[in-house]
Each structure stands twice: as structure tokens, then as C-alpha cells.
Design a protein around this ligand. Structure first.
Ligand code: ADP
Length: 483
């Protein structure tokens, strides 16, 4: 590890401004998905430490909410600057624990930083309203207030960005946070907390607890002090956490699974569609919730699209994320690889055609060959279940109505992509797709300036953009009477 990465690599948890070792609780080992080697250990904390973090966050709240927006903004901006200054070191830690190619990891760090910058600026724009009164001697004023202690439970696929996308708006709004990072990738979270501390964020406002997900989750959900849960992860765990939050009627944001369609019409720009397909499918080795799960391709362009896609996919460089020029790293663990292998075997068993890939990669561990299958149909597992790996499954369709039906035939509704040069069709598709986000002739839709989130079983709430701070605010209405 480079000296700067080593400086940010903390094998400790962070509660109430203190770095805590595992004296009483023991440790959990964290592994590099590229080679299975242990890279470090973090404290195996549970409900006692979660309660401590909740109390610390609650105690830090009054002083933080009392600060002016400009003061909160200044601290967040310092944090943002430190993340940028340390981007290489943060990327190194990210690749080490998560596996994605170093250049992609650096991209994630910049993306993560962008949420801190965006919400630092938004802190100053938490505007209220005045409403024409219903009585002559009264006035109506609407203000927005921080909701209170926020719990953030995050996944391993974006170990930095999924944290800043929640913590950025929470802190900007005036709320303290408790982060429970994914057990696979705690070190990016701890490195970010180190920089937040250096930026001057007061103790108790950002706590990072590592350890027993179930025990910590139970405590965070059951606590009446925690007023908001923001979760990114799988749909079953999202449903479970929402149930657990019901007893305290906590506000919840859930960013859950997807089953993204990528629709290519005959009139699409083929090269552009293939370029978009590569990004929308193989980024992070297919492990993003907006990754394409189903390519729906119209009859007339089908064969050309499949051939060109396979040609480009075969050129992808699969390697350890630290290898120069690596484009696809390992999947997060062997279970993830087993799932891809299962989807491929199931599809082939039911009549799909293997166009390229289709095997575990010779590099072993979490590596799987970038794969393309054609002739995929609705009876195959990949039609319903998110593969979360480097498998492009290509379905065929004949007309627009059929494409819309196929695209919407899923419980999920996160991201959809559509390639066409017909303006009317582009609008019709955008309106017909039952999804929270639609990319027309674009394969990369994530940006801090736009609202990210899904409908149906893909979740509740939006993150990023000027909408993203609302989830951390309560609306207060004051009637000033007797004037
Ligand atoms: P994945 O299968 O991709 O790991 P999960 O939904 O299981 O997705 O995990 C996302 C996050 O939810 C992780 O931080 C994980 O530790 C956490 N998590 C999983 N199960 C629970 C639970 N029962 N209570 C609280 N958090 C949980």
C-alpha cells in the first residue's frame, strides 16, 4: 500500500469522534476479492456499540442543527477538498477491498466526492414557503427542519459513493449520521470518516460501526431516536428493514434491486448502442443496481448488435484491479460467481445460444468471463432475477408494443435504457417505461445533479439532485395568528 493509503487505512470503528479497537468484541477479517487474501480486520461490533453511536449522534445534533447553513457548508466543502486531494489513496483502498479496476475506483471516488460538494451547496438552499392565509389576521409560514439522527446501511458495490450520497444530504440538512457499511468493504467508509475528522466535522456527527449487520440493524431500526433509515441493498433486506422500522414509524429511503432493460430499436445508432451497452452492462463487472439485466433487441438490428457487442466484449481486459489497463475486475465473492454460472447454465439448458464467454475465468477467485448469450426468453432465470455479474442476456422483439410489455414485465422499476433515433418513439418509450430512471441513447445515467431511485420493488425515495435532501427534512407549518 502507498503511505497515504496506509494512513487512511483504519482497522478501527469510529464512534463519537473516537477510533475504537476491538478489545472486547473481537474482529472480522476482510478479504481482497481478486486473490482471497486477508487485507485487514475490523471490530465485530453489535447492539451495545450501536446504542452508543445513537446516543453520540443524538447528543451532537442540537449544536449541528444550530449552525448556520454556511458553516455546515464550509465543513462539507473542506471534506470534499480532502477527498479530492486523497483520491488516489482512497481509490487504492477501494480496489483492494472491492476489486474494481483502479481507474474505475478513482471514478467512484470523484463521484462520491461530488455528492459532498453538491449537498454542501444545497445546505444553503433549504428554502421554505409562505402561503396566502385563510384568515385576515394570520400568516402561514412553512419551514424545513432536519429530521434527526439518520442511519445509513450501505452495500459493497459502491463502498464510497453509497455513503456520501446519504451522509452528504444528511449532514447538509443538519442531521447526524450512523453508517453501517457493508461487511465486505468497511475500509473505504473508515477512510472517508478519517478525512471528515480532518475536515473538522465535530464528534458524533458521523459514526461508522462495523460488525454484526443483524444486531446493528435491529438496534438502528428499533430506536425511536433514529428518525430516518436510508438503505441501499437487496430488495428482501429492504423489505425486512422497512418492517423493522414500522414500530417507530421511521421515515425510510430504500434503493433496492433492479432488472434493467436495454432496448435497441432497428433505427438505433448501432455503435452508440454498443458503446452504451458496454458501460451499462460491464461497469463494475455488472455489479451495479442500474446494470442492464435484459437486452431487448428488435429483429432488424438484432444480429448486427449481437455480433458487434460480442466483438467488443471479447476485447475487455479482465485482470486484477491493480493491473494497468484492467477493465473488468473480480466479482465480490464466490457466491456472486456461482450466481452468474447458474444463470448461464440455466439459460443454455433452456435453449439460449452462447455467443462469447460463458466460463469461470482462468484467474480464478471472483473472476468470470464477460459473457454474451442470445436467444434468451422469459422462462429463463435471468429474465426475472438480477444476475449482478458480467452476463449480457439478449432477448428479441418485433414491435414497440412488445418491447414495452417485455420491459415492464418485472416487479422491479429502477433504470431502463432505450436506443432509437425517432424522437416520437423516444418520448413514448420514456413515458411508457415503468422505471424511476430512463436513459435515452445513454448508457450511463448516474450523476449527483439528477434524482436517482426506483419505483415498484426497486424502492422508495430519491438520492442526489435538489430532491435528494428532502428525505432528510421535515416540513413545519406555523400559523402566526392574532396579528
Ligand atoms: P448483498 O446481498 O448485495 O450483500 P444485502 O441487502 O444483503 O445485499 O446487504 C446490503 C447491506 O445490508 C449490507 O450493509 C449488509 O450488511 C446489510 N444487511 C444485510 N442483512 C441485514 C439485516 N438483517 N439487518 C441490517 N442490515 C443488513
Amino acid at each position: 500500500m502507498t503511505p497515504n493509503a496506509l494512513r487512511l487505512f483504519r482497522q478501527l470503528a469510529y464512534i463519537d469522534g473516537q477510533w475504537l479497537s476491538a478489545d472486547e468484541v473481537g474482529t472480522q477479517a476482510i478479504f481482497n476479492p481478486a486473490n482471497g487474501e486477508e487485507i485487514g480486520r475490523v471490530p465485530n461490533m453489535g447492539s451495545v456499540e450501536a446504542r452508543r453511536a445513537i446516543a453520540a449522534a443524538n447528543a451532537a445534533w442540537p449544536a449541528w442543527r444550530a449552525r448556520t447553513a454556511k458553516e455546515r457548508c464550509a465543513i462539507l466543502k473542506r471534506w470534499h477538498a480532502l477527498i479530492l486531494e486523497n483520491a488516489d489513496a482512497l481509490a487504492e483502498i477501494l480496489t483492494l477491498e472491492q476489486g474494481k479496476p483502479l481507474a474505475e475506483a478513482r471514478g467512484e471516488i470523484l463521484y462520491a466526492a461530488s455528492f459532498i460538494e453538491w449537498f454542501a451547496e444545497e445546505a444553503k438552499r433549504i428554502y421554505g414557503d409562505t402561503i396566502p392565509s385563510h384568515k385576515p389576521d394570520a400568516r402561514i409560514v412553512v419551514t424545513k427542519e432536519p429530521i434527526g439522527v439518520v442511519a445509513a446501511i450501505t452495500p459493497w458495490n459502491f463502498p464510497a459513493a453509497m455513503i456520501t450520497r446519504k451522509v452528504g444530504p444528511a449532514l447538509a440538512a443538519g442531521c447526524p449520521c450512523i453508517v453501517k457499511p457493508a461487511p465486505e468493504t468497511p475500509f473505504s467508509a473508515l477512510a472517508l470518516a478519517t478525512l471528515a475528522e480532518e475536515a473538522g466535522l465535530p464528534a458524533g456527527l458521523l459514526n461508522v460501526i462495523t460488525g454484526d449487520a443483524v444486531a446493528i440493524g435491529n438496534e438502528l431500526c428499533a430506536s425511536a431516536t433514529v428518525r430516518k433509515l436510508s438503505f441501499t441493498g437487496s430488495t428482501p433486506i429492504g423489505k425486512l428493514l422497512m418492517q423493522q422500522c414500522a414500530s417507530t414509524l421511521k421515515k425510510v429511503s430504500l434503493e433496492l434491486g433492479g432488472n434493467a432493460p436495454f432496448i435497441v430499436f432497428d433505427d438505433a445508432d448501432l455503435e452508440r448502442a454498443v458503446e452504451g451497452a458496454l458501460i451499462a452492462k460491464y461497469r463494475n463487472a455488472g455489479q451495479t443496481c442500474v446494470c442492464v439485466n435484459r437486452f431487448l433487441v428488435q429483429d432488424g438490428i438484432h444480429d448486427a448488435f449481437v455480433a458487434r457487442l460480442a466483438e467488443r466484449v471479447a476485447e475487455l481486459k479482465v485482470a486484477d484491479g491493480f493491473t494497468e489497463g484492467a477493465q473488468q475486475g473480480p466479482l465480490i465473492n464466490s457466491r456472486a460467481v456461482d450466481k452468474v454460472a447458474d444463470h448461464v447454465a440455466d439459460a443454455l439448458g433452456k435453449g439460449a445460444t452462447l455467443v462469447c464467454g460463458g466460463e469461470r475465468h482462468v484467474l480464478g477467485h471472483g473472476f468470470y468471463q464477460p459473457t454474451v448469450l442470445s436467444g434468451v426468453t422469459g422462462e429463463m432465470k435471468v429474465a426475472r432475477d438480477e444476475t449482478f455479474g458480467p452476463l449480457a442476456a439478449v432477448f428479441r422483439f418485433s414491435d414497440e408494443a412488445q418491447a414495452i410489455h417485455m420491459a415492464n414485465d418485472t416487479e422491479f422499476g429502477l433504470a431502463a435504457y432505450c436506443y432509437t433515433r425517432d424522437l416520437g418513439r423516444a418520448w413514448r418509450m420514456s413515458e411508457a417505461l415503468e422505471y424511476g430512471m430512463v436513459g435515452i441513447n445513454e448508457g450511463l445515467i448516474s450523476t449527483e445533479v439528477a434524482p436517482f431511485g426506483g419505483i415498484k420493488a426497486s424502492g422508495l425515495g430519491r438520492e442526489g439532485s435538489h430532491y435528494g435532501i428532502d428525505d432528510y427534512l421535515e416540513i413545519k407549518y406555523t400559523l402566526m395568528g392574532g396579528l
